[in-house]
Design a protein around this ligand. Structure first.
Ligand code: ZN
Length: 326
């Protein structure tokens, strides 16, 4: 078999490998060990059972994120693209880990309660689930708990168990899911790097120094279809215009003038990031083959209300990427 045949028959982008499995199981084991030690130290400490408002299993979600982060870390460093097949395997392993943690709890309990050792894990899990109590209301520390503050749901506690398992699973796939959105080079099977050059407001750029900026560059060539319908020449110092000029320089493979223009307007980034609507220019490239693209991103809002949209994508030459990132 020739090398070409070997590479053709080799599985491309396997859904899992030993590194991903190893780091995933390691993070899961470490988190479950921590929970186990906490519970041995104080039986009332149960992060998995922390709920807010009152039935959102925040504790289980956070524990799940910690347990599943190893799968994401392993996939990132071994260049495995996260796809649905991997997420499915993670969900199965996390489900197994969830029940394993309860089994360990049962095993410990059975050591000191021989009657439960005879009844088995399923009976123990059922009894534990049905006896779950919810403490609601706000008691003063040390004050006896009023019976009206304790919620006993009996068999309905299985809904809470379900929510707990669901939280643990959602947390478990959270980091792999975030990684699945990251740009990826299919050729080299590696995650792409990102470099943000600058962020500008869409209109006239706010001044950051007293010194007047450089004179405007000549208008774009007439051959370009953009702006031809505009009755008057648009201002040359708007974010849209500067971004347009940067894209032209990158398309022409001009490293020096691109860097000069970025250096000139980069100080405006800090001020522009406070604007309601702004535009960023980002380079995404493969660290191996240097294939890359320039991406114009439109940001709207701030904080949790932040929305990001891709306005334009321009594939750039690998030599230009080398000139930009070394
Ligand atoms: Zn590549």
């Amino acid at each position: 078999m020739t090398d070409t045949e070997a590479s053709l028959s080799a599985p491309k982008n396997p859904p899992f490998n030993l590194t991903v499995l190893g780091t995933g199981l390691l993070s899961t084991a470490l988190v479950l060990l921590t929970l186990y030690l906490l519970k041995r130290w104080d039986a009332d400490i149960d992060p998995m059972g922390w709920y807010v408002m009152p039935f959102i299993p925040v504790g289980a979600i956070l524990v799940g994120v910690g347990a599943g982060c190893g799968y994401g870390i392993g996939a990132y460093f071994s260049g495995i693209k996260v796809k649905w097949r991997m997420l499915t395997v993670v969900l199965i392993l996390q489900t197994a880990a969830y029940f394993a943690s309860h089994y360990i709890e049962y095993h410990d309990f059975a050591q000191t309660h021989p009657a439960w050792a005879a009844r088995g894990f399923v009976a123990y899990f059922d009894a534990m689930t049905r006896s779950l109590e919810f403490h609601i209301g706000h008691n003063r520390p040390g004050a006896p708990t009023s019976p009206s503050d304790i919620l006993k749901l009996g068999v309905w506690n299985y809904l809470l168990r379900g929510a707990e398992l669901l939280g643990f699973l959602v947390g478990g796939v959270f980091i792999p899911l975030v990684l699945s959105k990251k740009p990826y080079c299919e050729t080299c099977q590696v995650y792409q790097r990102q470099k943000e050059f600058l962020v500008l407001t869409l209109g006239i750029q706010p001044e950051v120094t007293k010194k007047k900026s450089t004179p405007p560059l000549p208008p774009p060539p007439e051959s370009l279809p953009l702006n031809t319908a505009a009755p008057t020449q648009p201002p040359t110092d708007t974010g849209l215009e500067i971004t347009h000029r940067l894209l032209e320089l990158a398309a022409a493979g001009d490293v020096t003038n691109f860097q000069t223009l970025v250096a000139e307007h980069k100080p405006r980034t800090k001020k522009a990031k406070k604007a309601t609507e702004r535009q960023g220019l980002q380079l995404r490239y493969c660290p191996i083959c240097k294939a890359g693209e320039l991406v114009v991103l439109r940001y709207t809002g701030q904080g949790q209300a932040l929305k990001t949209a891709t306005v334009e994508t321009l594939p750039v030459d690998a030599n230009w990427v080398v000139g930009m990132v070394g």
